[in-house]
Ligand binder design. Structure first.
Ligand SMILES: *[C@@H]1O[C@H](CO)[C@@H](O)[C@H](O)[C@H]1NC(C)=O
Ligand SMILES: *[C@@H]1O[C@H](CO)[C@@H](O)[C@H](O)[C@H]1NC(C)=O
Ligand SMILES: *[C@@H]1O[C@H](CO)[C@@H](O)[C@H](O)[C@H]1NC(C)=O
Ligand SMILES: *[C@@H]1O[C@H](CO)[C@@H](O)[C@H](O)[C@H]1NC(C)=O
Ligand SMILES: *[C@@H]1O[C@H](CO)[C@@H](O)[C@H](O)[C@H]1NC(C)=O
Length: 597
């Protein structure tokens, strides 16, 4: 799930370009050899989504240049198909570019919940395809509540919605460990928003839970004329996959669950074990900053321990003396206050993509020590040249019917849908703020670096009040028609190895493959070893040996060397470069992970 500083529960983070990165223009090059396709980045030319007629058959319309789009009508209520109401699922397909040994579609779910499959496939399909093999189509969809799919989840249906949402976000309370009693304000803020949603989303809120989405996915598989699902799900997408495999075990053709949410814990709500490896990511900052040396890590000190102490001192100081950044016409039009909460949340956000963000984080921290908050503002505010954390939220009221592209604006996801899905998938918390406050204490004990910040993940469900029509809380198990491949990092900040191991227990024959990396999902750090194992699984069905551990291609703080296309002579080298580029692009894509702010 996801991060932006200073906003209330902003679930999606876009790691956009940053000057610390080598020139990325090469990815735009089209390479025509060997059937390989590198995305041209060209703008869309399709019919608007408005012109695509919902149908109970899968009717494809050309869209976005190289894609096909469809709207599939399904029962809103899968438990009572006599109910005439319909959900309309927006779907996107990127064709196999090598049809010589065509192997059917692979479904992608980018995570969230709340992530837009349309957005991710539209922007990244060729890169997913470079991993799974070019003889696969890449397909995804906006799950219920999100993007172009209806029903929509929108907690602000007044005409002043966008302004209200913005003003509301500005009331974001501090991190719950900022000052004594902060938790009470934060809880009230979350509860107030739950009431706002309950008043506005109406019936839609009952029909977006994950079992309905799994059933929609089965409908798509059937309408495609496929016998079984082939699937690569990230983060929350592992929960969707696990639910599908439980409900329809004989429909599993291939399933890769990457960055596992512990299904049992997630559906129970307010779990704690998702944080078991989080501090290992913080520790990696100390260790690898030290190892990298002062040239590559601006927060370097003579030992990992002294780096830790240095950071602790900085945070303690900022709690009392936030750093003030004066207004500047070129960036922030108003003065900015860099508080403890903002710095802490930025650190926690960096854990999702440490390889991408740690070097800039080190620079930001070193500047803050000197009382200079400008690099912090540059890093975290959207619109600047240097921010790897920017985000675009879907707002249904922003549509542009005159646009050359779909009438809906593009966004990686919808954080209001995130709540509607999570809070109806999970058992509701009933204990009120006192119980929640004890839960926060538990998280803080579990993770010094992130426990307090990550409590927001479940706080959003405070007093949610809406119940799903289709509730399903396990047991998550099944004899799948093909064994599942689970992927886990040695230290994932929200979906630890432990969760993959637990999910795997319910599915005989499944294998957990480990990537020796820090961060969230295998995409956190490029590893050709992982990618090639995933490709082999999709191509042949063969799983890696149990106990397989893949190394990442780089170390934290190491600079990424982009191989020039001109250097590639042999075809094999070209293949290597294509995979490199794909892993790079996937790593830098927005995170729709669990718990991001
Ligand atoms: C990046 O590549 C583009 C196109 O090749 C070039 O114009 C630009 O100068 C390069 N920038 C850097 C910083 O090398
Ligand atoms: C994708 O493949 C299908 C089936 O071969 C074809 O009908 C469709 O036109 C193709 N779409 C694009 C965008 O090439
Ligand atoms: C928002 O929409 C819901 C469902 O359509 C409706 O019940 C509610 O009254 C609306 N709220 C406002 C403020 O218009
Ligand atoms: C899977 O198959 C085994 C062996 O036949 C059986 O014991 C087990 O109950 C099955 N599990 C499920 C969830 O159906
Ligand atoms: C990247 O390039 C530098 C300079 O050419 C070289 O010293 C370093 O070893 C390279 N790193 C990797 C991972 O290839």
């Amino acid at each position: 799930m996801l991060a932006r500083v200073g906003l209330a529960l902003v679930v999606f983070i876009l790691w956009s370009c940053s000057s610390m990165w080598p020139n990325t223009s090469s990815w735009k090059m089209r390479w025509n050899g060997c059937g390989g396709v590198i995305h041209s980045g060209k703008e869309l030319n399709a019919k608007s989504w408005n012109e695509i007629k919902p149908s109970s058959d899968l009717l494809w319309y050309p869209c976005y240049d190289e894609y096909d789009c469809a709207k599939l009508e399904v029962p809103l209520d899968w438990l009572d198909e006599s109910d005439p109401r319909r959900a309309t699922i927006a779907i996107i397909r990127y064709n196999a570019t090598d049809r010589s040994d065509y192997k059917g579609p692979v479904f992608i779910n980018p995570g969230g919940p709340g992530g837009s499959g349309i957005w991710f496939v539209k922007h990244l399909a060729p890169y997913y395809q470079s991993v799974v093999g070019r003889n696969h189509d890449i397909i995804s969809f906006d799950p219920r509540g999100i993007g172009i799919t209806t029903p929509t989840i929108d907690c602000w249906n007044s005409t002043l919605g966008s302004t209200s949402a913005l003003l509301w976000d500005m009331q974001d309370p501090p991190n719950v460990d900022a000052h004594p009693g902060s938790v009470y304000d934060a809880y009230a803020h979350a509860a107030a928003f739950s009431h706002q949603c309950a008043a506005n989303i109406g019936e839609a809120g009952k029909f977006v839970s994950t079992p309905s989405v799994a059933r929609d996915m089965l409908a798509m598989v059937e309408k495609l004329g496929e016998d079984k699902l082939q699937y690569w799900g990230f983060s929350y997408g592992t929960f969707l996959g696990t639910t599908f495999a439980t409900l329809f075990p004989d429909k599993v053709g291939r399933m890769v669950l990457d960055g596992n949410v512990d299904a049992i814990e997630f559906s129970a709500g307010a779990g704690t074990h998702f944080l078991v490896d989080t501090d290992a990511v913080m520790d990696a900052f100390y260790t690898y900053c030290h190892k990298a040396g002062p040239l590559l890590c601006a927060f370097y000190s003579e030992s990992p321990q002294t780096i830790e102490t240095r950071l602790d001192n900085l945070l303690a100081d900022i709690k009392v003396h936030p750093v003030i950044v004066p207004a500047s016409p070129s960036s922030n039009p108003r003065p900015e206050i860099i508080s403890y909460s903002k710095v802490r949340r930025t650190i926690v956000s960096s854990f999702y993509r440490p390889f991408v963000v740690f070097p800039s984080l080190a620079e930001v921290l070193a500047a803050l020590e000197k009382g200079d908050g400008r690099p912090f503002v540059d890093l975290t505010s959207p619109g600047g040249e240097e921010f790897p954390l920017c985000q675009k939220q879907y707002d249904p009221k922003d549509g542009d019917p005159e646009g050359p592209t779909p009438e809906r604006p593009e966004a990686e996801g919808n954080s209001e849908a995130t709540r509607a899905i999570m809070c109806t998938d999970a058992r509701p918390a009933e204990g009120g703020v006192e119980e929640f406050s004890r839960y926060v204490d538990t998280l803080v004990r579990l993770s010094k670096s992130a426990g307090a910040s990550m409590s927001s993940m479940w706080m959003v469900c405070a007093e949610w009040g809406i119940k799903a029509k289709w509730e399903f809380r396990g047991p998550y198990e099944g004899n799948t028609s093909h064994p599942i491949l689970l992927v886990a990092n040695t230290a994932d900040n929200v979906t630890p190895y432990r969760s993959a191991a637990r999910n795997s227990k319910g599915f005989p024959g499944s294998v957990v493959m480990v990537q020796d990396s820090y961060g969230h999902t295998s995409l956190a750090m490029p590893s050709k070893c992982t990618a090639l194992n995933i490709r082999k699984y999709f191509q042949t069905g063969e799983l890696p040996e149990p106990g397989t551990v893949c190394q990442p291609d780089y170390l934290l703080f190491e600079r990424w060397n982009v191989t020039s296309w001109d250097d590639a002579k042999a075809e094999e080298e070209l293949e290597n470069i294509i995979l490199d580029e794909a892993l790079w692009k996937l790593m830098k894509a927005p995170i729709v992970g669990i718990g991001q702010r």
